[in-house]
Design a binder for this molecule. Structure first.
Ligand SMILES: Cc1ncc(C[n+]2csc(CCOP(=O)(O)OP(=O)(O)O)c2C)c(N)n1
Ligand code: SF4
Ligand code: SF4
Ligand code: SF4
Length: 578
């Protein structure tokens, strides 16, 4: 006999069990309004209780074949597959089937390593297996992770997952965030969202949550990311063991950039006021501590950790101090730790409906990070054409193939000269993506990352979609580059073109996607014409970027101010491939 699993385990917190559990069982309309939070906030970290068990197959790890590269963890759209390094003694009470091996990374030698899957949260998309580079030499069809039937593994892997979660996360200060294999041991603070299996957007959202999640504030445009990020009944944004996690909100489709700018301005005002108050309470806190806090660099994880320690000391010293300044300081002290503002959304928001606001925000010069997850259509509403849709693609409102080319949002942003701009595709080059996210966040000014995101709307095999991004980049359909205004001060060209000249004709990768292929059936003559134009688009664009990236600065001694206007640059005698 089959029996229905309870929607939420008994061990879940009361609110999750009694309120969210009712919604999951489709009894939400019986809930009184008083059961819901009355202040507009909502508990986070609740997807982990909603064991969906939607897949028949999950990945199983082979520790002997694994090279511990971390790529499977990075691409998993659902934060289901994770890795940790830990002390061997912690294995004493491990379940019998829990797998581990020696860490390969020399920085952690002597420790043990495990890749673990959350069996009941996996969607079975297979993206992790597809991207895994390690082949089993004795069985070439097998890799270091392989899809296996879920049901026979469910019980044991549930126990293993719980044990894995109980192992301590590696100290963030000990990790090199610029090396994927270590960076991917950072705990994701965005997990088990309801995005489509294999979604191309969510790995980027997860990356933000790993790198900066414990101090980030996220403004989310309406679109897929606001739905998988904040729909009822459960919330994928979560917090770490210290209770720190991203603060997240969605305002509207059309005002998201301004919404996020408001976060920045409010945070800056609060931290400025906190700094003023700190000086007023210096008598109770001590001049040395005040100086250390106000002059802290807060660039690395260690810096942030130290600042948190100092702020904790301030709070301790002010306990019981009976002055209005001390009391106010206690409510504002946390603003002295640097916050990371992220403004995220899709191309429909960034290129079209929210573009005016986005332009306003990057022109403001304020320190915000903008992530555009470019699926090249309005995905959430069923695949309408946007200005990011490439020529020749079939989409809603472009049934005969889009007749015009894709808008170059990155190039527009670069014209300001003081905006950090990156174009990335995780599946094509993951370390480039990681570098861009780190640089964007470190840049003291507006940053814009345009991230290629595959989507079910493309009519592709979602399992191989990350690998397909390589073909996209090799054909020049998507460029990888970084424009870093800070390089001007070093006398360097701010634009670094990180892709080589296109090696393959665009048709080769385009026709692996039904959004292009279908036009060859419905309108073959138009498809042929648009294909030729699409190839021309790519050739022209690459030549222009190559030219821009090869230009030499006129001020090689570092007199640049970050505003790379055209007068500061001169044409190279000859352009070269970068
Ligand atoms: C002003 C306004 N117009 C239309 C909508 C309906 N709408 C909600 S999400 C969405 C599509 C979002 O597309 P995109 O920004 O590309 O994000 P994606 O879903 O692809 O992640 C649309 C049209 C809306 N919410 N507000
Ligand atoms: S199959 Fe998909 S959801 Fe499951 S662990 Fe792999 S990438 Fe994640
Ligand atoms: S991608 Fe493969 S080799 Fe790399 S960590 Fe994952 S299982 Fe190991
Ligand atoms: S429609 Fe596309 S972008 Fe939206 S969740 Fe699905 S795969 Fe991701």
């Amino acid at each position: 006999t089959l029996h229905r699993l309870p929607p939420i385990p008994d061990t879940a917190p009361e609110f999750v069990r009694d309120v969210l559990g009712k919604m999951i069982s489709r009894e939400g309309d019986q809930l009184p309004v008083s059961a819901l939070p009355c202040d507009g906030t909502y508990p986070t970290g609740t997807t982990k209780w909603e064991k969906r068990n939607v897949t028949q197959e999950i990945p199983a790890w082979d520790p002997d074949v694994c090279v511990q590269c971390g790529k499977c963890i990075m691409v998993c759209p659902h934060s289901v597959i994770r890795g940790k390094a830990y002390e061997e003694t912690l294995l004493d009470n491990a379940p019998a089937t829990f797998k581990s091996t020696n860490v390969k990374d020399k920085d952690f030698s002597g420790q043990k390593f495990t890749i673990q899957v959350a069996p009941e949260d996996c969607t079975g998309c297979g993206v992790c297996v597809d991207i895994c580079p390690a082949k089993n030499k004795s069985m070439p069809s097998r890799k270091a992770i392989n899809m296996e039937a879920q049901l026979p593994l469910r019980e044991q892997e549930r126990e293993n997952w719980d044990f894995f979660l109980g192992l301590p996360n590696p100290d963030r200060r000990s990790l090199h965030p610029d090396r994927i294999r270590q960076q991917q041991w950072q705990e994701p603070l965005f997990e088990f969202s309801g995005a489509c299996a294999g979604c191309g957007e969510t790995p980027y959202v997860k990356l933000i949550s790993q790198l900066f999640g414990d101090r980030s504030v996220v403004a989310n445009a309406t679109g897929c990311s606001s739905i998988y990020g904040g729909n009822l009944p459960t919330t994928p944004w979560t917090k770490n063991a210290d209770g720190r996690g991203p603060a997240w909100s969605n305002s509207l489709f059309e005002d998201n950039a301004e919404f996020g700018l408001g976060f920045r301005m409010s945070l800056d005002k609060h931290s400025q006021f906190a700094a003023e108050l700190l000086q007023k309470v210096a008598g109770s806190v001590g001049d040395n501590l005040v100086d250390a806090i106000l002059n802290a660099s807060q660039k690395s994880e260690a810096d942030i950790w130290e600042q948190r320690e100092r702020v904790a000391q301030v709070k301790e010293k002010l306990q019981g101090v009976d002055s209005p300044e001390a009391k106010q300081m206690l409510t504002l002290a946390d603003y002295l730790v640097k916050k990371s503002v992220w403004i995220v959304g899709g191309d429909g928001w960034a290129y079209d409906i929210g573009f005016g606001g986005l332009d306003h925000v990057i022109a403001s010069g304020r320190n915000v990070n903008i992530l555009v997850m470019d699926t090249e259509v309005y995905s959430n509403t069923g695949g309408q054409s946007s200005k990011a849709t490439p020529r020749a693609a079939v989409a809603k409102f472009a049934a005969g193939g889009k007749p015009s080319g894709k808008k170059d949002l990155g190039l527009i942003a670069m014209t300001y000269g003081n905006v950090y701009v990156a174009s990335v595709a995780m599946g094509a080059r993951d370390e480039h993506t990681l570098k861009a996210f780190l640089e964007a966040e470190a840049y003291e000014g507006p940053s814009l990352i345009i991230a290629y995101s595959h989507c079910i709307a493309h009519g592709i095999n979602m399992t191989t979609a990350m690998s397909h991004q390589k073909a996209l980049v090799e054909s020049g359909r998507w460029l990888l580059y970084r424009y870093n205004p800070d390089l001007v001060q070093q006398g360097k060209n701010p634009l670094q073109l990180d892709t080589r000249s296109p090696k393959k004709p665009v048709g080769e990768s385009m026709y692996q996607e039904n959004r292009f292929k279908m036009l060859t059936k419905s309108k073959p003559a138009d498809a042929k014409e648009l294909l030729a134009q699409a190839q021309e688009d790519v050739n022209t664009r690459y030549a222009m970027y190559e030219y821009l990236a090869a230009r030499k600065l006129e001020m090689p001694n570092g007199n640049g101010n970050g505003n790379g206007n055209s007068d500061a640059m001169k044409t190279p005698e000859k352009t070269t491939n970068s």
